[in-house]
Design a protein around this ligand. Sequence first.
Ligand SMILES: C[S@@+](CC[C@H](N)C(=O)[O-])C[C@H]1O[C@@H](n2cnc3c(N)ncnc32)[C@H](O)[C@@H]1O
Length: 135
Amino acid sequence: MALEFKGDAICLSGLSGTRLKCDIIGKYYRFWWNITSGGKAQDYKFPTGIIDLHAATGEVYIVDTGETVLGSAGHVIELKATDPNTEHLKAILVEENRECYDHLKNVIRRRWLRLHLKNIILILQSFQEAYIYLM
Ligand SMILES: C[S@@+](CC[C@H](N)C(=O)[O-])C[C@H]1O[C@@H](n2cnc3c(N)ncnc32)[C@H](O)[C@@H]1O
């Protein structure tokens, strides 16, 4: 089935719980990172990472309600953009669909480019191919 977009957002149905999932994942990333980074007591110094293998565009358009919200990839970047202690959090965003990948780059430019965010890696990768990444 062809993917559909509204602006840069990927169109998904809210009936399958997409809106709720997006909210939960945003809150969960923040909660999880707060613990695994060592938190304030450890000055958030432990290296952590979030890998999203179907990153999509960073924005999701909920067809049923007509609203655009952050998707999983958007929430990782938003976490890095809004919390100054996330320098050691790596975001590895992998997408296999060229259109999604290009929209994701647009979303990053539009929402976050003026910020100097480190440790965000975008990969356009078909899951049909097997690679070993040395980073
Ligand atoms: C299922 S959504 C997940 C988006 C994002 N990870 C999130 O949670 O907000 C989109 C991902 O599934 C892939 N996909 C494959 N077939 C799809 C379809 N028919 N409709 C939407 N996405 C599809 C897209 O390439 C994209 O990586």
